[in-house]
Ligand binder design. Sequence first.
Ligand SMILES: O=C(O)CCC(=O)C(=O)O
Ligand SMILES: [Fe+2]
Length: 189
Amino acid sequence: MIAYDQVSSGSPLKLFYQSDLVRKLVAEIVGEGDLFDNEDPYQPANYVCHRDGDESSWHFDSDNSFTMTLMIQPANPGGQFQMSPNTRSLPEQNYGHVSDVLGGKRDDTVVSVGRERGALCIKGCDSLHRVTPVQGDKLRIMGVFVYEFSPGVLGDPEVNATIYGPRVSEATPRQTQPGLKLFNESHLN
Ligand SMILES: O=C(O)CCC(=O)C(=O)O
Ligand SMILES: [Fe+2]
């Protein structure tokens, strides 16, 4: 993960994220009203890089949110984005079906979503998904963007510590004053 504070201000990743045009376009697609930039120091727009052998295992993204990714450089080969659409339908968790997908018993429901360079993906939180292992020397580089439905939202410091490691956990006070800020759950799954 290359966190927001590590990306230079003139970077295309930040210009894209901060663009009113992009924010409005995404708000129209999502259809839940206005969107706001996340105000966390680390989370708003990140690069996620997968090297040879790296993968992301099956997971759901956090509830009540959407996730937006932009393929910057696909791997070759591997690094396929796979999903089993609508594995759950909250509040129904559909554990039986989830278990079958995880156990490889419902591969018939799994689709590979082609991600060419420049492909933007906006998805909800009900579909199990993963990234298959990257093979070879070509780095898989994905941009991940976090927009919010209300202003002033920060990331959860504990989640940030897990995602970004000691650099962040050592810089973040363990106790935060309740009620001052809204924390999202992690969108950066
Ligand atoms: O890198 C990807 O293709 C998807 C990563 C992911 O888990 C997500 O977009 O929620
Ligand atoms: Fe995810």
